[in-house]
Ligand binder design. Structure first.
Ligand code: NAP
Ligand code: COA
Length: 265
């Protein structure tokens, strides 16, 4: 029978796939048949991630150590992956940096650092990656609610992620005719991640997130992996140029009002 969600024999390259949400995506893709290459700056951490993927899923996994801010390092990592397995079918750009800080407390170098990792890093991965992907490849950028929701202490991240959303749409238009899909996934607050630890470093801040989120729960890594599977498998083959929001309603805004006196069930 035609299985709409299998990624059997697909090759996935995940920039920033050595921890957190992106590692969760790598594990999710591997569970449904993909071979995965994960990339991060820290080689030891990357090696441990590849080992975890192999142990948890039994799939083939390799690691690459590179900085997405350096186009040459990105190119070399793509070449190594193609040397190992042939062309890439799923190309994910999820490396990011975030530190909460007021705009006046961010130096030009600090602002540039985040834009360089998030936005230029995504450009570097997709721009170089174009030459290493198969027809019908799925490219996915990991963006965030900050792309469309202005937030204090997040000017650098909001600017960078907004740029990613627009880059996704432009590339989808240019590369769709060549048989390549480009989409984004926008996760909401995902539990047990570096990003959430930085944005909500204590219980009060975590509760505040929960109270404002319509679904009244944090997301988990599998929620985001499911979206990546959808965008990469046959079942999502006509989805192009979209930002798939997987955020429990975060982007709708503050849902803390108890207007909702809707009976619990
Ligand atoms: P994380 O665990 O810190 O993951 C970041 C990954 O990127 C790591 O593998 C890190 O490895 C790599 N990385 C960072 N800078 C890099 C660079 N310059 N070059 C290459 N690799 C680099 O973060 P996370 O919280 O799971 O977030 C993952 C993604 O989801 C990010 O795009 C983030 O914006 C997005 N997101 C997260 C949340 C959330 O709730 N956590 C919500 C919305 C969106 P090295 O440090 O070894 O380089
Ligand atoms: N407030 C203000 N500025 C800060 C800051 C903070 N909390 N943290 C870092 N910066 C500034 C630094 O001060 C520096 O600018 P300066 O030299 O003018 O002072 C600039 O950012 C670069 O910092 P540096 O540590 O040299 O960059 P790096 O490339 O080593 O690290 C970061 C990049 C700062 C984004 C680092 O937090 C990181 O590697 N993050 C990856 C993990 C992550 O953020 N995960 C969550 C993803 S959502």
């Amino acid at each position: 029978m035609f299985d709409t969600t299998t990624l059997e024999n697909k090759i996935a390259f995940i920039a920033g796939g050595t921890s957190g949400i992106n590692l969760g995506i790598a594990i999710g893709l591997a569970r449904v048949g993909a071979k995965v290459a994960v990339l991060g700056r820290n080689a030891e951490k990357a090696a441990a991630a590849a080992e975890a993927i192999r142990t948890e899923t039994g799939a083939e996994a390799i690691f690459l150590s590179a900085d997405v801010r350096d186009p040459e390092q990105v190119e070399t990592a793509l070449q190594e992956t193609v040397k190992q397995w042939g062309k890439i079918d799923i190309l994910i750009s999820g490396a990011a940096g975030n530190f909460p800080a007021p705009a006046l407390g961010i130096s030009p170098k600090g602002f540039k650092t985040v834009v360089d990792i998030d936005l230029l890093g995504t450009y570097n991965v997709f721009h170089a990656g174009f030459n290493y992907v198969n027809k019908n490849a799925s490219m996915i950028a990991i963006t965030a609610p900050q792309a469309v929701m202005p937030m204090p202490y997040q000017a650098h991240v909001c600017a960078a992620k907004a740029g990613i959303n627009m880059l996704v749409k432009c590339l989808a238009m240019e590369w769709g005719p060549a048989g390549i899909k480009v989409n984004g996934i926008s996760p909401g607050p995902i539990d047990e991640t570096e990003g959430m630890d930085r944005l909500a470093p204590n219980e009060a801040a975590r509760q505040d997130y929960l109270n404002k989120t319509a679904s009244r729960r944090f997301g988990n890594k599998q929620d985001i992996a499911n979206a990546a599977i959808y965008l990469s498998a046959d079942i999502g083959s006509y989805v192009n140029g979209t930002i798939l929001t997987v955020d429990g309603g975060t982007e709708l805004g503050d849902a803390s009002a108890d207007c909702l006196s809707v009976p619990a069930r």
